[in-house]
Design a protein around this ligand. Structure first.
Ligand code: FAD
Length: 455
């Protein structure tokens, strides 16, 4: 198109900015419309600030363990302002990096609210961006519970990570990945945390055994876990929030609600453009991320599936490759890794042991404690386990579940093995460097294959 675009992306989170770069690489004239900050929620308010504060908690824990290594450290204390400075510096570095990538790939950044028009173009302020293809990547927003509204004292997860003062007492409702990360970071930094979960275990989507092992460690971090919690009321005041969960009232400096998000479709013009949503408000898409409106794609938190940054970016690639006429294949949801960056980390993909048994597989379990191999002892982080769930018939990897200091990195090799159509036998026969944590992955695969060596 002479004056228009081949592709306009609305939203610059990990889904949107990766889609825009890939579109540009495919020779499409591309613009990205962002009404807030480049990098989206992931880089500015969610994944990255969260991991930056968690890293500060990790450093404090390591300093606390220094004596075990013969290193004397005196007078450790938390400078919460300094934690915030580290967080903000990381965010700035990474968002500047994304802005630089937009320049490098000649993607035009339009700072405005974007809205689909009935013609399938994008209205951005007083401009109408004519375009062949649109990618909607506007993410999701937190939803409060208990008829509450988010405020200075009732925080969503993003606000909890961006606090400028360290709470003395913090209540967190919801022990999924975000809630558990908040509890583990603030607890280790010295806040008294109560983590309330309506279901019987923290990290309810994770394998029961793994979640239990994680909970045992989290309880040592200044965190009280209340499972099967039935919070009946929460009353925010000027400087505190009072919670009632059947055990009497307790007062906290802040309440963080870490349960429930919904697609951000506000003011996006979906109805006018004929883009359909499902009963939960997510945009309906097919395997190539096409919506019900020709030429309009949707990706990331806006569409069904787990709310994860790497899922969003992969969907962005699929969408624009399809838009450019390239062949694509649908995302394999069973192969999306999920990671929780508490200490110890928890990471997994695919079926839990229970799901595999319920589905009628001839289940092979390969399980080893991290202490079975050398590296965790060297590094002073022996806690945790690796659990592989496979099918005996073909050695297929149905799922993997890890709880340990480096779980988020270790899960990747198993996702890769599955992607390359390898099973636990192939992982068991793959050379792993010594001494590394990854040797425990190999041992778990050997265990599933029936020939555990160490352990
Ligand atoms: C506290 C927290 C921690 C998390 N940690 C992790 C993690 O460690 N790992 C992980 O994989 N996932 C994590 N997530 C989830 C992850 O943040 C999301 O899955 C990811 O951000 C989704 O990316 P997205 O591209 O769909 O949109 P987002 O990152 O939500 O970005 C959407 C962008 O669209 C913009 N926008 C919205 N509407 C419009 C409009 N009409 N016009 C113009 N712009 C618009 C918004 O301003 C925003 O910048 C976390 C989430 C939270 C809340």
């Amino acid at each position: 198109m002479a004056d228009g675009y081949d592709c306009v992306v609305i939203g610059s989170g990990p889904g949107g900015y990766v889609a825009a770069i890939r579109a540009a690489q495919l020779g499409m004239k591309t613009a990205i419309v962002e009404r807030d900050r480049i990098g989206g929620r992931c880089l500015n308010y969610a994944c990255i600030p969260a991991k930056s504060v968690l890293r500060a908690a990790d450093v404090l824990s390591e300093v606390g363990d220094a004596a075990k290594f013969g290193i004397e450290v005196q007078g450790t204390s938390v400078d919460f302002g300094g934690v915030g400075t580290h967080r903000d510096k990381v965010v700035k570095t990474l968002t500047s990096g994304v802005a630089g990538l937009m320049k490098k790939h000649e993607v035009e950044v339009v700072e405005s609210h974007g809205k689909l028009t009935s013609e399938g173009n994008v209205a951005a302020g007083d401009r109408e961006l004519e375009t062949d293809k649109v990618v909607l990547a506007t993410g999701s927003v937190a939803k409060p519970l208990l008829d509450l509204e988010f405020s200075d004292r009732v925080l969503d997860t993003a606000a909890a990570w961006l606090l400028d003062e360290q709470p003395r007492r913090l209540a967190v409702i919801g022990a999924g990945a975000s809630g558990t990360e908040i509890a583990s970071a603030y607890g280790r930094l010295g806040t008294e945390v109560v983590l309330l979960e309506a279901l019987p275990q923290i990290l309810p989507l994770e394998d029961e055994e793994i979640a239990k092992a994680c909970a045992r460690e989290i309880r040592k971090q200044n965190v009280t876990i209340v499972a099967d919690a039935n919070v009946s009321s929460a009353k925010p005041g000027d400087s505190s929030v009072t919670l009632d969960w059947g055990d009497g009232n307790q007062e906290f400096d802040y309440l963080c609600i870490a349960a429930g998000r919904g697609a951000d479709t506000d003011g996006l013009g979906l109805d006018d453009a004929g883009v359909e949503t499902d009963e939960r408000g997510a945009v309906k898409v097919d395997g190539a991320m096409r919506t019900s409106r020709d030429g309009v794609y949707a990706i990331g938190d806006l569409v069904p599936g787990p709310a994860l940054a790497h899922k969003a970016s992969d969907e962005g690639v699929i969408a624009v490759e399809d838009a450019a006429g390239e062949p694509t294949r649908p995302l394999d949801h069973d192969a999306i890794p999920a990671a929780t960056f508490c200490h110890p980390q928890v990471a997994s993909f695919g079926m839990t042991e229970k799901q595999a048994r319920d589905a009628g597989h001839d289940v092979a379990i390969g399980k080893v404690p991290l202490g079975a191999v050398g590296a965790p002892t060297v590094y002073g982080d022996r806690g945790g386990m690796i659990k592989l769930v496979g099918d005996k018939r073909y050695g297929e990897l149905l799922g993997a579940h890890i709880v340990c200091a480096k779980a988020a990195d270790l899960i990747q090799e198993l996702v890769q093995a599955r992607e390359l159509e390898g099973g636990f036998t192939e992982v068991a026969h793959t050379i792993h460097a010594h001494p590394t944590f990854s040797e425990a992955v190999m041992e778990a695969a050997r265990a599933a294959d029936g020939w555990l060596v160490h352990g």
